[in-house]
Write a protein that binds this ligand. Sequence first.
Ligand code: CP
Ligand code: NVA
Length: 320
Amino acid sequence: MSGNRNHFLKDLLRTEDLSRADVELVLATARDFADEPLKSASALAHKSVAIYMTKPSTRTRLASETAVAHLGGTPIFLRGDELQIGRGETIEDTARIVSQFCSALIIRTYAQSDVDQLGAHASIPVINALTDEDHPTQLLADWMVIREKFGKDISGRKLVYVGDGNNVANSWLLMGAIMGAHVIAATPSGKFAVAPEVIAKAQEIASASGGKVESTNDAKAACEGASVIYTDVWMSMGDSESERAEKFKALSPFAVDEKLMSLTAKDSIFMHCLPAHRGEEVATTVIDGEKSVVWREAFHRRTTIQALLYLLTRGELKGN
Ligand code: CP
Ligand code: NVA
């Protein structure tokens, strides 16, 4: 998987590549970059970072390009259809070429296996900026906000994801497990649930970290007394439009509205990675209400990607 595990973590390909110590270091470094954005303004001076995306992006692209700029480097944005990879050049050859010109590669695409393959063949750090299975950089920003709101001691707190068992749900459980948290995914049963192998992986991590990972089909029970309610869109990029009606029907009991929020703890927060679809997965009054921290999550996309780039290009993350 990621680089030479005895010495350092070369890439961030999957959420579970990160150890608790790595996450703590990213959060501390991101805190510095939040307080002082230009603290390491020459770390990537005269260097370039490729940002390659085959899916749309607003936040991750802006956060990545500005993070590179804040470190003194030049971002090179590459669309999927602009590279020879779109005409059949192999991932392996593309990885070799990008490695000759750039200091890191940030990639957003469909198949996790493509990202894994890029990591295996690139000599530079490769950062997963979302696949169909995972969204690790999002979770780093989310944990900055959880820290800001609740501090380091989260014992006794329930952190609940409600909605589609998608890439963000996977990352939510895995990162929560790494952080020793009590995380729950409340999803429909069947094909819109979190995959059993992801739950098993998260539970394995939690058994070592002191965390607790649960899944349920009962949104109300999950939200009872919860400190965090997190949701995401019901139709992800790459989801088949032919499933929309079936999916919305299965997910309608999982819409986050005032009633669901009224079951949560007094100091609870509402989180969403964005983009949001008001009136679908979340009510307007909730996402635009006083418990919502969605703009702070978006803010920390830049600070955390800046921290990741800084640390990975210096070989300062260790992995598991
Ligand atoms: N949250 C997130 O990844 O947003 P974008 O799709 O706009 O990058
Ligand atoms: N689950 C969503 C997240 C977008 C940031 C998607 O993959 O489209």
